[in-house]
Design a protein around this ligand. Structure first.
Ligand SMILES: [Zn+2]
Length: 248
């Protein structure tokens, strides 16, 4: 039985995705495999088939937004009825993304304007664009949106919580000063798990879904719970996240 959920993993970024999934299953971790565009979604779906324990998410990555054509967007919208998760979507106003801000907003708003997208669980990128990301998600009344690897101002956390948003935590965040400060600001009942592997690291190597028990152990200490109790709390959060969606 799978218990924990890695809500943001770039499965196609590993050399050995099948081994990564096997290890995840051994560690009782389900994986949300994010994609950057509808073409990657389709390829990954075909490659994985009906494998249990992995959910392919339909994405339009913000750093790819300037290259998306109206056909790409139409393809995204056409694929929505079969999708069960959305991601990676969002905004990025870091030095890398700042110049394509308008294109990013156009894509992000088009995604959020689709009624079905708003009823699906979604994992959202917000680097350097936290204020706009949170306000767009709040306006859209997204039912189950997760801010993934949030590194923005702590002053906006309250706005995000009021909008009903969730925060996902990866192994790297448990050791960084910024990640730890965020964990002090977010109540335990709004926390979910992610790896952002293989781009995020666990120690000296790329993070893998099977690393999630180490994140649970960290959260347990922080929340003064046993690891079993912390794990149950996170599973309860996962269930609440999905209960209001059309995920099932
Ligand atoms: Zn990512």
């Amino acid at each position: 039985m799978s218990l924990l959920l890695d809500s943001h993993c770039h499965l196609t970024g590993y050399n050995d995705p099948v081994a990564v999934l096997r290890q995840a299953a051994e560690a009782s971790v389900d994986v949300v495999a994010v994609t950057e565009d509808p073409g990657e979604y389709r390829l990954l779906r075909a490659r994985l088939g009906r494998r249990p324990g992995v959910h392919t998410a339909l994405g339009m990555h913000p750093l790819r937004a300037h290259g998306f054509t109206p056909t790409d967007l139409a393809r995204f919208l056409r694929t929505l009825p079969e999708a069960v998760w959305i991601g990676e979507i969002g905004l990025d106003y870091s030095p890398t993304g700042r110049s394509t801000r308008r294109a990013q907003l156009r894509i992000f708003e088009a995604v959020l304007a689709a009624p079905r997208a708003r009823t699906l669980p979604m994992t959202v990128h917000s680097r350097g664009a936290e204020k706009d990301t949170i306000s767009r998600l709040a306006q859209a009344r997204a039912t189950a949106a997760i801010l993934h690897w949030y590194t923005g101002p702590l002053a906006l956390v309250e706005d995000a919580l009021t909008a009903g948003l969730w925060f996902s935590v990866n192994p790297a965040m448990t050791t960084s000063a910024k990640g730890r400060a965020l964990l002090n600001a977010v109540p335990a009942d709004r926390v979910l798990l992610e790896t952002d592997g293989p781009f995020a690291r666990h120690g000296t190597r790329p993070a893998r879904p099977a690393d999630l028990p180490a994140v649970v152990a960290h959260l347990a200490t922080r929340w003064a719970l046993t690891p079993e109790h912390a794990s149950r709390k996170l599973q309860d959060n996962q269930q609440r996240l999905l209960s209001g969606t059309e995920y099932h």
